[in-house]
Design a protein. Structure first.
Ligand code: NAG
Ligand code: NAG
Ligand code: NAG
Ligand code: NAG
Ligand code: NAG
Ligand code: NAG
Length: 459
């Protein structure tokens, strides 16, 4: 089960499938796949030559253990790091962002990192961020004046809200940002502006029509513009937060295989999601007004969870802890306000539902509550930039019976204070704004794109 979804295998099967199907086509459309394939080979060599250097302890300090089985985790971690290199083979320094092996072991930097630093490598992030902020350019495909689907291609003209706001906020922010360019020749990346949420709500399309719409859209832009064919879509991306986005690319295989998919439902075990190529965007339910705060000492409850019973993880959580006095679990709407429950608790549990992602992590962070993440195989937002172990507790769903022991005994009050302080520090990365500001959710997504920008150019 594990290996069949590792990116390495995904790329290999894609390669052979394409080889059989498209052997008559131009070399240019193979290029990204060929690159991916050759990098898999390089990577196998690399893994076999350096595998003894990686210890499990180091890996789990970068990627929360519980996300996947340790062996898969180790394997993917290495795949992950190396695939990034292949998108720009000269920038081996990018690798330090992801690899503890090359970070400054034993230096003051590492010491600080152990205690405090919410970034894997803050100085590298700051340096690259400045560079990105100066030079990254995005071209968004325009639409015809009388395109009947302008509504799904244009940014919304209202303030986004609700569960899937991240998608709308991203587009709104992009079109107003200095990253946006009208000149495709200076663009590093090309934005596919269709809104998955918009298509889903459009009666002419609906859930059942999204796949065909996307297929036709990509067909159109690849006919009318030279940019798609140049890289097979490798320098193109779209952003979606609704989970129907998971299957939206089934009829547009090149998007799935080559383009950068920036999505909320980012799971290592979804066939449509390729962890190192695609990126995870946080699902955030925007809240108005000033953010309320509550000191850790005034948080009187240990842990809180409420939500519908739509997954085994949630059922297990509720049946295990339903009568507990410290861990408060609810399988229905609360009679008291949700915000108060998040403010009065030390820990707020995010349990996988239909999807690995829900707005609960964003909610917990917003209210200064340390998230406890029970969502195996979740590729957490910005996991290649931020060290989730410094501001959250990631627990395997198998360990739900250990929850109280972990929260009460393994995390002492000092450790809790650190986690909570770091929650306050990362809050800014999980917020969208009408007018985006440095290091907010929009800029973090731009940074993810920057890390994944392709340098493949065929003229
Ligand atoms: C790769 O990235 C580095 C650092 O961002 C940049 O200096 C270099 O020009 C890039 N290489 C190519 C081939 O574009
Ligand atoms: C990013 O660019 C904007 C616009 O040029 C500028 O106002 C902002 O200060 C820059 N931020 C950083 C961290 O360089
Ligand atoms: C954001 O913009 C909308 C109008 O598009 C406005 O109604 C709202 O008050 C603004 N929100 C903030 C926080 O400025
Ligand atoms: C693709 O182009 C055709 C012909 O111009 C148009 O009728 C159709 O609506 C376009 N489809 C999409 C999804 O953009
Ligand atoms: C891109 O490739 C497709 C399929 O091979 C072809 O139909 C289309 O005309 C090409 N587009 C351009 C602009 O050459
Ligand atoms: C919780 O209490 C109810 C009612 O007393 C009981 O039926 C249930 O089995 C208890 N659950 C656990 C996990 O002890």
């Amino acid at each position: 089960m594990a290996t069949s979804t590792s990116p390495n295998i995904v790329f290999r099967t894609c390669f052979s499938r394409r080889l059989v199907k498209d052997h008559g086509r131009k070399l240019s459309s193979f290029l990204p796949v060929l690159l991916a394939f050759s990098s898999s080979i390089l990577l196998l060599f690399y893994v076999s030559s350096t595998s003894e250097i990686y210890s499990l302890r180091r890996i789990s300090s970068v990627y929360p253990r519980a996300i996947m089985g340790v062996e898969v985790q180790e394997h993917l971690q290495e795949v992950h790091e190396n695939m990034i290199i292949t998108r720009n083979s000269s920038s081996f320094n990018i690798n330090t962002q992801r690899s503890p092996r090359v970070s400054t072991v034993g230096s003051p930097l590492e010491k600080r990192n152990k205690n405090d630093d919410t970034f894997h490598d803050e100085s590298l992030f700051m340096k690259e961020y400045k560079e990105m902020n100066k030079s990254l350019k995005i071209y968004a495909y325009p639409h015809n004046k009388n395109d009947p689907f302008a509504n799904v291609l244009l940014p919304v003209d209202y303030e986004p809200g609700g569960n899937y706001a991240s998608e709308s906020y991203f587009k709104k922010s992009l079109y107003e940002s200095h990253f946006f360019t009208n000149d495709p020749l200076e663009a590093d990346l090309f934005f596919l502006p269709f809104s998955i949420a918009g298509l889903r709500n459009d009666k002419r399309v609906g859930v059942g029509g999204i796949q065909d719409f996307v297929k036709n859209y990509v067909h159109n832009i690849s006919r009318f513009y030279p940019f798609w064919n140049r890289t097979g879509g490798a320098d193109h991306f779209y952003v979606a937060c609704h989970s129907v986005g998971r299957t939206a690319m089934m009829k547009a295989v090149e998007v799935k295989i080559n383009a950068i998919q920036v999505v909320c439902s980012s799971s290592y075990f979804l066939p449509g999601y390729v962890a190192h190529k695609d990126a995870s965007v946080p699902q955030i339910w925007p809240r108005k007004g000033t953010r309320p705060t509550r000191l850790p000492s005034e948080r009187t409850k240990l842990a809180f969870y409420a939500g519908a019973m739509n997954s085994r993880a949630r059922e297990f959580l509720v049946t295990t802890w339903e009568n507990d006095t410290d861990i408060s679990v609810h399988q229905s709407r609360l009679k008291t306000p949700y915000s108060e429950a998040l403010l009065e608790s030390k820990f707020c549990v995010h349990a996988k539902g239909f999807e690995v992602n829900t707005a609960r992590i964003g909610d917990a962070l917003y209210y200064g509550c340390v998230p406890v993440i029970l969502a195996d195989h979740y590729d957490l937002p910005y996991a290649d930039i931020l060290n989730w172990n410094t501001f959250s507790v990631v627990v395997s769903t198998m360990d739900i019976p250990m929850l109280k022991k972990i929260l009460l005994q393994e995390i002492d009050s000092n450790a809790y204070l650190k986690l909570q302080r770091n929650v306050m520090r990362v809050q800014k990365h999980f917020e969208w704004h009408n007018v985006s500001v440095d290091y907010d959710a929009f800029h973090m997504v731009m940074y993810e794109l920057w890390l994944r920008r392709s340098h493949v150019r065929i003229s």
